[in-house]
Ligand binder design. Structure first.
Ligand code: ADP
Length: 738
């Protein structure tokens, strides 16, 4: 019925009967002021029963698809009668007809009517019946059913009209109440939502405070986190932390529930389902929400039997992870189904994210602390090593100093300060420039040197220096000192030279000793010469005289011995004299143009007898004139051939050659002897040096030294090649006349 229609019907009734209209008006008012749907429905059915004068009345709410009734509200039944009804009509028979053909239906007696089905079995017997639809905008909202008209056999047409009119008002009231209820519910939901959001954001900030309050490097207090979370999520909250790098192993586990027994049940359920949880949540990184576990035989994670025993009906679980690593999972369990939602899942994720960040911070802090401790350890070790090194360096008698690539003296020992003449309390020498200015290093002969000539600088360029002899003037003007400096580069891991280590030894005393010895040798050998000449002269005369007397042959042999030994002594004295001449640069040469071929051949002729069982093989080139001291050069060749014979087995060959090479003469003497061991080779030209090849043979270790002196005095060169077991070749190179 439209609003106009209602008005018209009202006007109609006002004209007929003021009392009835008054009743409708009051009933309409009563239902219009009720905003709760439940109460509105009850008021409508009560008012309708009164208006129609019926013993019983009911209101059925039709579902949206008009298939049946979703609610059934009654009036006129006692509480006991209502309690006896075990199910309410769903819209069959008569009631169904009203749903499908929404127009008033009046029946005199329904007790025997075949359409009288679907009424509750315990319902008192009903006879007269009046049903009117509650329509709104062409849609049927429900029906009003009246039974048993009081004081009459049946409902009248007027009843039907009044009820229809009332039904039109009821439709509006229902819709209003529905709207109001809906709005109210929505509002309530919204308020609840806002409140929840507020509670949750408060929880998150509380959680933040708990996590921030954790001591650096310490894991966050899982128990407080779980307890906080449980206040807003399900009833139990569990946090499982896995071992680092071992996601299959649980390192820490915390389950919170107000009731410790329930916490135990949750812990057991989760622990037993660990494999599934690990797979889904840690391995695949997924979140899980099972809104209801009831009626399920289990899930990929939870076993049905376990679930039943634990009595949890809903569960959610989220990973605790950061972009860097997965630390574990957070789960929430609820005893009632459908109490965990997608929103809870998001909230759990927020908590898990915060926890993850805190766990990561703890790991990082721990790592940092560890590396700081390690650094500290290393620093202490370095300090320890440095003082150890310092102590070691200070026990060394030689001066040790390190020069870095900025020419700073980064390290020096006590011996350095002593050697450089620093007194206690003097400021230390801190740079090579300062070292250079204060000590004025010069060459062995006193020649000036520049800073660049210092072994330290050369070592910084990558060279190695051994025993470079220099002269220095100590700081406080003490007498000059000779030092032998050895320097070597120090390289970093990439091979770059970063410093030079230098060792300086004070050789002043030993040089002085050497000088005195050399002077003594020089004087002694010189002084020996004159008495020896006398001894040799008389021995010669004695020998000649005794040889001619037949029965004095024994004495003659003695005289020969005196002569031979005097010759040897004279030769030794000559050698010693040569040594000191060479040493002091006083070797005097009497140069004349000489044909080298005849010189060499002359020596060979002379030596043929002395080389014993050796075969001398000679090859020479002619036409080589040199301006030389023939006696001295012969002395060299004789010495080389004697050595070849002395240091190689009898019966082997000795090759002697003379050839021209690049305008210079090369004389070489090769033997088939044992050779000179490699490590001894650098020393072979030193005074008095005898190699192991000389063991068991007499000698002085002077021959090669003198030979070298003679050759170099001629502006030539002497060297050798030797290989163990393969013999030795000595080479002498002399300049030829232009
Ligand atoms: P000496 O022969 O008096 O020992 P030298 O100065 O002539 O002194 O020689 C020095 C050392 O060199 C010798 O003791 C010897 O060990 C070694 N030597 C010299 N020539 C040879 C050679 N041809 N073969 C092997 N060793 C040699």
């Amino acid at each position: 019925m439209t609003a106009d229609g209602v008005q018209r019907a009202l006007d109609n009734h006002l004209a007929k009967d003021g009392g009835k209209v008054e009743a409708i008006y009051r009933a309409t008012l009563a239902i219009a002021t009720e905003l709760s749907l439940d109460a509105a429905l009850q008021r409508i059915v009560d008012a309708a029963r009164e208006l129609a004068h019926a013993r019983y009345a009911a209101l059925g709410v039709v579902d949206e698809e008009r298939r049946g009734l979703t609610r059934f509200v009654v009036s006129g039944m006692t509480v006991d009668e209502i309690r006896q009804v075990d199910h309410w009509p769903r819209g069959l028979g008569l009631l169904g007809e009203l749903i499908h053909f929404p127009r008033p239906l009046r029946v005199r007696d329904i007790s025997g009517d075949p359409r009288s089905v679907g009424f509750p079995p315990g319902h008192p017997i009903m006879r007269s019946f009046l049903g009117v639809p509650i329509l709104r905008g062409g849609r049927i909202l429900g029906n009003l059913y009246m039974t048993d008209k009081i004081g009459a056999e049946e409902f009248t047409e007027e009843d039907e009209e009044i009820l229809s009119l009332f039904a039109a008002h009821a439709a509006i009231a229902i819709e209003n109440a529905r709207l109001y209820t809906e709005t109210d519910t929505r509002l309530r939901d919204k308020v609840a939502e806002v409140e929840r959001a507020e509670r949750r954001s408060r929880l998150l900030s509380e959680l933040g405070a708990v996590l921030l309050g954790t001591r650096p490097g310490q894991d966050p207090p899982l128990e407080s986190v779980a307890e906080l979370a449980a206040s807003q999520l399900g009833d139990a909250v569990a946090i499982f932390i896995v071992a680092r790098g071992r996601p299959d192993r649980v390192a820490d586990r915390l389950v919170f529930h107000q009731d410790p027994k329930r916490a135990q049940a949750a812990a057991e359920l989760l622990s037993r389902s660990w494999d599934g949880l690990r797979q889904q949540i840690l391995h695949k990184g997924r979140s899980v929400l099972v809104r209801t576990l009831d009626g399920q035989d289990g899930s990929p994670i939870f076993d049905g039997k376990l679930l039943k025993r634990a009595r949890f009906s809903a569960v959610l679980a989220v990973p605790i992870s950061t972009g860097q690593a997965t630390y574990g999972l957070l789960a929430s369990l609820a005893s009632r189904p459908l109490t965990l939602t997608e929103e809870d899942l998001r909230f759990a994720t927020l908590i898990a994210d915060r926890l993850g960040t805190a766990l990561e911070a703890a790991v990082l802090q721990r790592r940092e602390r560890e590396s700081r401790a390690r650094l500290q350890e290393l620093a202490e070790l370095a300090e320890h090593r440095a003082s150890e090194l310092e102590a070691v360096l200070d026990t060394i008698a030689d001066a040790v100093y390190v020069v870095d690539d900025h020419l700073r003296l980064t390290r020096r020992n006590r011996a350095y300060d002593r050697l450089m003449g620093l007194a206690n309390g003097d400021p230390p020498i801190t740079s090579l420039q300062q070292h250079f200015q204060l000590l004025k290093p010069r060459g062995e002969n006193g020649d000036p040197l520049s800073l660049e000539d210092l072994p330290a600088v050369l070592a910084l360029r990558g060279e190695n220096f051994t025993s470079k002899v220099m002269l220095i003037t100590p700081v406080h003007g003490d007498p000059d000192r000779y030092i032998a400096v050895s320097s070597a580069p120090i390289r970093d891991a990439t091979g770059r030279v970063i410093a030079a280590v230098n060792v300086a030894r004070d050789i002043t005393e030993s040089r002085e000793r050497d000088r005195l010895r050399d002077e003594f040798i020089s004087v002694a050998s010189h002084e020996l010469k004159s008495p020896l000449t006398v001894v040799k002269g008389y021995a010669q005369i004695l020998l000649q005289r005794l040889q001619s007397i037949p029965d004095r042959q024994g004495e003659a042999r003695m005289a020969r011995q005196i002569l031979d030994q005097s010759n040897r002594m004279a030769a030794l004295a000559d050698r010693l004299l040569d040594v000191s001449r060479i040493q002091f640069g006083r070797l005097h040469l009497e140069r004349h143009p000489v044909d080298l071929e005849s010189l060499v051949r002359g020596v060979v002729d002379q030596m043929q007898v002395t080389v014993g069982d050796h075969r001398l093989v000679v090859s020479t080139e002619g036409g080589m004139d040199a301006s030389i001291d023939a006696g001295r050069v012969e002395q060299v060749v004789v010495n080389l051939i004697s050595n070849a014979a002395k240091y190689s087995p009898d019966g082997t060959e000795i090759h002697l050659s003379l050839r021209r090479e690049d305008g210079r003469a090369i004389i070489s003497v090769s033997d088939e002897g044992p050779g000179i061991p490699r490590e001894q080779q650098p020393h072979i030209f030193r005074r008095f040096y005898r190699a192991s090849s000389g063991e068991g043979k007499s000698g002085t270790g002077l021959g090669l030294y003198i030979s070298k002196g003679i050759v170099e005095a001629h502006g030539g060169r002497i060297w050798f090649q030797s290989e163990a077991g393969k013999g030795t070749t000595f080479f002498v190179e002399l300049p030829l006349e232009a």
